[in-house]
Design a protein around this ligand. Structure first.
Ligand SMILES: [Zn+2]
Length: 339
């Protein structure tokens, strides 16, 4: 038996392509399943009344089910993550072609799919059909505030979200690289890429760009779930590697966990050594992290994406991908620690 609460939680914590459409995706489920009370939901994890179509074979199995409008073949999902993703597989089908260009707001999206045939088949041009579609749109839109409230309960961040700091800048370019770009410029590319990844998951994320002393930048992070200062490493060695540091004395297991996740994610993305997994102690004396740890930030780390003293094929591309890995690691940690 699938519980309604479990569906709300899974929807809240599963990334989808357009996070702004999550509330409407939930509003439809509220309407179609009566807040999880339909047997189609409880037994088959289908809160949408989604009928089975050949394209659904990749994520669902067919099941015969009798609804108020008779017996038909519906989608059955093995788990609720498949339910969340399966909805978008359903929308990806030919009848809804063009939905990506028509989803700037929840209302634009529901209007587009309703007229494309989500309710009562494709629009036939009649006043009667128009009334059916408008009634459905209005019903779903009325449920959006309730959906937003439910999603809020299971959001993966608890405080103000994520603060990223671009290492160096304003007269301090950072370590010199052999790749022809300053560390600051690469840090900036990486921070923007990390922010885009985090934004796409609907988690609030701000970038701060070197204002004042390291300690004060750390203090700025007050009230955030995660503080991450973004840098690139430098050494005379020719070995390439990723590394994520935490404060030497003020670190708790959560900081260590994020540093391990992030170091592994960057190393995997760039195909380089994970220096933490290799045994390097991430605990270092760092003024910037001391400032963050002195406040109520849940975790703070300093990411050293790779060595810019070692030539890489395309430094901008590496920093962008490294930044995306930083963003993914932060999201993974937030999901892991969400209640
Ligand atoms: Zn640096």
């Amino acid at each position: 038996m699938f519980s309604w609460d479990a569906f709300v939680k899974t929807l809240a914590q599963t990334p989808i392509e357009f996070e702004r459409l999550k509330a409407i995706q939930l509003a439809q489920a509220i309407l179609e399943s009566g807040r999880g009370l339909s047997d189609l939901y409880k037994l088959h994890a289908n809160p949408y009344g989604m009928k089975y179509r050949p394209e659904m074979a990749q994520i669902a199995t067919p099941v015969e089910y009798t609804a108020s409008d008779g017996t038909d073949i519906y989608c059955k999902f093995a788990n609720l993550e498949n339910t969340v993703k399966g909805y978008w597989v359903f929308i990806e089908r030919p009848p809804y072609q063009g939905w990506r260009q028509n989803n700037s707001t929840p209302e634009a999206f529901i209007r587009f799919i309703a007229y494309a045939g989500y309710i009562g088949g494709p629009f036939d041009g009649s006043e009667k059909d128009k009334a059916i579609k408008e009634e459905y749109i209005a019903k779903v839109l009325r449920l959006v505030p309730e959906a937003r409230q439910l999603l809020e309960k299971y959001r993966i961040w608890r405080a103000k979200g994520v603060m990223l700091e671009v290492g160096h800048g304003q007269g301090d370019p950072g370590v010199p690289g052999v790749n022809g770009i300053s560390e600051y410029d690469l840090n900036f590319i990486a921070a923007r890429a990390a922010k885009a990844t985090i934004d796409a998951a609907g988690v609030p994320c701000v970038i701060t760009d070197a204002a004042g002393s390291l300690y004060n930048i750390g203090k700025l992070a007050a009230g955030h779930d995660v503080f991450c200062s973004i840098h690139h490493n430098s050494a005379t060695s020719s070995a390439q590697g990723a590394e994520v540091l935490v404060h030497r004395t003020k670190t708790d297991p959560a900081d260590l966990r994020l540093s391990a996740i992030m170091s592994a994610e960057i190393a995997k993305e760039l195909g380089i050594r994970d220096r933490i997994a290799g045994g390097r102690d991430p605990r270092q004396s760092l003024a910037i992290l001391s400032g963050a740890e002195d406040t109520d930030v849940r975790v703070s780390v300093l990411a050293l994406l790779y060595f810019i003293s070692v030539r890489v094929p395309n430094a901008r591309d590496w920093s962008q991908r490294g930044g995306q890995a930083v963003g993914r690691a932060i999201l993974k940690w937030l999901r892991e620690t969400a209640g």
